[in-house]
Design a protein around this ligand. Structure first.
Ligand SMILES: NC(=O)C1=CN([C@@H]2O[C@H](COP(=O)(O)OP(=O)(O)OC[C@H]3O[C@@H](n4cnc5c(N)ncnc54)[C@H](O)[C@@H]3O)[C@@H](O)[C@H]2O)C=CC1
Ligand SMILES: O=C(O)C1=N[C@H](C(=O)O)C[C@H](O)C1
Length: 245
C-alpha cells in the first residue's frame, strides 16, 4: 500500500483525493495539510512531519502551500504530485529545485480525458493552421484564478501547432478580430470544469469540448500520478508520462 499525504486536504479537490485514497486498497491516507489544522490534518508548521510519514504527497492548494510542499518534498525526499494552478515565481522556483531530488508530476488538469482533448485540439490546429481559435472555460464561482490552468495549456497546445499569437480576453466596443486567440473565462454556480475550443474557418466551424462533471475525475488521475511518482527518477513529469501517451 502506498502511503499518501494530501496538501489542501480540506479543499474542494483535496477532499475528493482523500476520499479516493481511502476507497482505493492500493493507498493508505496518512494525513493532510491545510491552512486550518483538523483531526488528521496539520497546518503548514506540520508539513515536515507529515511528509516524513508519506511515500508520496498530492497537492491541490494555493501557490504558497505548493511552494512549502516543494521545499518540504526536497528536504524529506518525498515525490510530489501537484495540480495547483497560477503558481508564482516562488512556487515555480521551489518546484524546479525539488525536481533535482524527487519526481514531481505536474498537470493543469489531472482528468484522464483532458489529455485526449489536448491531443485532438493540437491535431485540429495542425490541420487548420489558418483558422480562428476561441478558447472558453467555465468554472464554479469559488475559483480564484482566470483563465484556468487548463485553458492556458490548451492555448499552448494550439500555439505548438500554429505558432504564437496574441491572446484576447473578452471583447468590448470596437474590437475587430485580428490574428489572435480568444481566451475567455466564465464563473457561475458550482460548475466543476468545462473547456471548449471553437475552431472556425470560412463557412465552417467545429467545437471541441471537455467537461468534468465530478471532481473525482481529477482525484483519480492524481492518484494514478502518485503511483507513477513513487517509482520515477527525480525530474519533472506530466500526465502524458503517467498515461504513456
Ligand atoms: N490540476 C487539476 O486537475 C486541478 C487543479 N485544481 C487547482 O487546485 C487548486 C485548489 O483548488 P480547490 O480545491 O478548488 O481550492 P480550495 O480553496 O477549495 O482548497 C484549497 C486548500 O488549500 C489549503 N490551503 C490554503 N492555503 C494554505 C496554506 N498556506 N498552507 C496549507 N494549506 C493551505 C486550504 O486549507 C484548502 O484545504 C487551485 O489552484 C485549482 O486551480 C483544482 C482542480 C483540479
Ligand atoms: O479550480 C478548479 O476547480 C480547476 N482548476 C484547474 C484549472 O485551473 O484548469 C483544473 C480544473 O478545470 C478545475
Amino acid at each position: 500500500m502506498t502511503h499518501v499525504a494530501v496538501v489542501g486536504a480540506t479543499g474542494r479537490t483535496g477532499t475528493l483525493v482523500v476520499e479516493a485514497a481511502r476507497d482505493d486498497r492500493r493507498f493508505e491516507y496518512v494525513g493532510g495539510m491545510a491552512s486550518e489544522p483538523d483531526e488528521d490534518v496539520v497546518g503548514p508548521d506540520g508539513a515536515r512531519d507529515l511528509f516524513e510519514t508519506a511515500e508520496v504527497a498530492v497537492d491541490f492548494s494555493t501557490p504558497e502551500a505548493t511552494r512549502l510542499s516543494a521545499e518540504t518534498a526536497r528536504e524529506t525526499g518525498t515525490p510530489l504530485v501537484t495540480g495547483t494552478t497560477a503558481l508564482d515565481d516562488g512556487a515555480e522556483d521551489a518546484l524546479g529545485e525539488a525536481t533535482h531530488h524527487v519526481a514531481v508530476v505536474r498537470a493543469s488538469n489531472f482528468a484522464r480525458g483532458v489529455n485526449v482533448f489536448w491531443e485532438v485540439v493540437e491535431r485540429a490546429a495542425e490541420l487548420l493552421p489558418d483558422a480562428d481559435f476561441e478558447v472558453t472555460e467555465t468554472h464554479h464561482r469559488g475559483k480564484r484564478d482566470a483563465p484556468s490552468g487548463t485553458a492556458l495549456t490548451t492555448v499552448e497546445r494550439i500555439e505548438d501547432a500554429v505558432g504564437e499569437r496574441e491572446h484576447v480576453h473578452g471583447r468590448k466596443g470596437e474590437a475587430p478580430r485580428g490574428d489572435e486567440i480568444g481566451v475567455h473565462a466564465r464563473r457561475a454556480g458550482d460548475v466543476v470544469g468545462e473547456h471548449e475550443v471553437l475552431v472556425a474557418e470560412g463557412d465552417e466551424s467545429l467545437t471541441l469540448t471537455h467537461r468534468a462533471s465530478d471532481r473525482k475525475a481529477f482525484a483519480e488521475g492524481a492518484l494514478d500520478a502518485a503511483r507513477f511518482a513513487i517509482d520515477a527518477e527525480p525530474g519533472t513529469y506530466g500526465m502524458d508520462d503517467v498515461l504513456d501517451l
